[in-house]
Write a protein that binds this ligand. Sequence first.
Ligand code: ATP
Ligand code: MG
Length: 183
Amino acid sequence: MRLEKIKLAGFKSFVDPTSVPFLSDLVGVVGPNGCGKSNVIDAVRWVMGESSAKMLRGESMADVIFNGSSSRKPVGMASIELLFDNGDGGVGGEYARFSQIAVKRQVSRDGQSVYFLNGARCRRRDVQDLFLGTGLGPRSYAIIEQGTISRLIEARPEELRLFLEEAAGISKYKERRRETETR
Ligand code: ATP
Ligand code: MG
């Protein structure tokens, strides 16, 4: 499974609909300070269900919506879509048969988020379920930021175990068990 494209609209500095293609396995994003490089990573994390505004470098969830500039008015909604090539069936379950998987999240100023998988409305949980055990996911090891390596080195054994469980693909089953037990 590979991320092919990110479509952004109304998200942080990306007010106009923008499509960012990832044409090869190694892509560098370069640009001056403040041009929006980190916002692209925030976008990926956000679609995967990140619910902490702090993790997205904001104070409230509505901070992901374009809030205006000297020449543009704020907009009312942010939308991000991630397009994955799933030709290798890397994402399992009922989605393994799809060669392309589109995951979309939208939020309006009232703070309500809606999620879509291949165009069909779904729950946040469905998006999280899809990526659990793949190493992707908002807080997973697919996104290594400044400070992540030292956090890993300094992690307590219980925290380190969570990363190992995700890499081994068993976090999905632990999550299901936890849900069953709390029902
Ligand atoms: P650096 O090289 O310093 O890490 P960067 O390219 O990673 O910079 P980002 O942090 O992605 O930059 O982008 C910061 C820019 O995004 C700032 O100019 C900020 O004003 C803008 N921005 C963030 N949130 C919003 C928002 N809700 N509406 C409009 N602009 C926003
Ligand atoms: Mg940055």
